[in-house]
Design a protein around this ligand. Structure first.
Ligand code: DGL
Length: 258
């Protein structure tokens, strides 16, 4: 099926998913919505996050998308159920990788860096609760200001380094052996995070399982594009243009009201 894959986030974060997805699915076309007029989502109310998510979803359906990818942990953990109730196409979200972290940890201490509203969401709390039986401790940290900094590229590398160091040090001191990045924006600062983390602490990869799941869903729903027709990648924003540093050469960037 030639219809595009629809993706949304509050801004550039979901591009980290799109960048990998387009490599895995080169025949597919993509429509990406960066709802940057409402960014960040992470400190908004659940009601607002649901409202933005449904608005973005309706736009993607109007643009003829065959599947919706919620490339945002905050929108997934707060709104995925409402989105699924609204549309008949498959809907796939991104959740913080708590389960893989549970399977991995030997020290029984996991670190999670995410937005305020992801960490307080029912979905996140329920997933975390399961750990009680495993006797595993989850050490949470809200990534205050990180989304804005990544979105606007307003901080220097050394400023970001010291902010991140102050967020990560308490978790490192709690003997974590893995860290979950529960916000797609943070994929763009992985190099700084890795510089701060001691070598014995790994980052849990949440992108690879989700892109495989998307491919399998396209196959099982018989909506994968098997033809070699020319594909396109359209990126739309509804406030300031996204910084060009995040754009790949085949991305067509335009303003759209949504
Ligand atoms: N990229 C987002 C996430 O994964 C959005 C964060 C925000 O807008 O606060 O949670």
């Amino acid at each position: 099926m030639k219809k595009p894959i629809g993706i949304f986030d509050s801004g550039v974060g979901g591009l980290s998913i799109l960048n990998r997805l387009k490599e895995l699915l080169p025949n597919e076309s993509f429509v990406y919505l960066a709802d940057n007029i409402n960014c960040p989502y992470g400190n908004k109310s659940k009601k607002e996050i649901i409202f933005f998510s449904l608005k973005n979803t309706s736009k993607l359906i109007e643009l003829n998308c065959k599947i919706i990818i919620v490339a945002c942990n905050t929108a997934t953990t707060n709104a995925i159920q409402k989105i699924r109730e609204r549309v008949s196409v498959p809907v796939i979200g991104i959740e913080p990788g708590i389960k893989p972290a549970i399977n991995y940890t030997k020290t029984k201490n996991i670190g999670v860096l995410a937005t305020e509203k992801t960490l307080s969401s029912k979905l996140f709390l329920e997933t975390s609760k399961e750990n009680k039986t495993h006797n595993i401790k989850i050490h949470e940290q809200i990534g205050y200001e990180l989304v804005n900094a990544i979105e606007k590229r307003s901080f220097s590398r050394s400023e970001l380094f010291s902010i991140l160091k102050s967020y990560l040090t308490p978790m490192i001191n709690k003997n974590i052996d893995c860290l979950v990045l529960g916000c797609t924006h943070y994929n763009f600062i992985i190099d700084i995070i890795e510089e701060i983390l001691p070598k014995n602490i790994i980052l849990i990869d949440t992108i690879t399982p989700v892109i495989k799941h998307i491919k399998n869903t396209l196959i099982s729903n018989e909506i994968i594009n098997n033809s070699n027709s020319k594909s396109y990648i359209h990126i739309f924003y509804n406030n300031n243009p996204l910084p060009k540093e995040y754009m790949k050469k085949d991305y067509v960037l335009n303003y759209l009201k949504f």
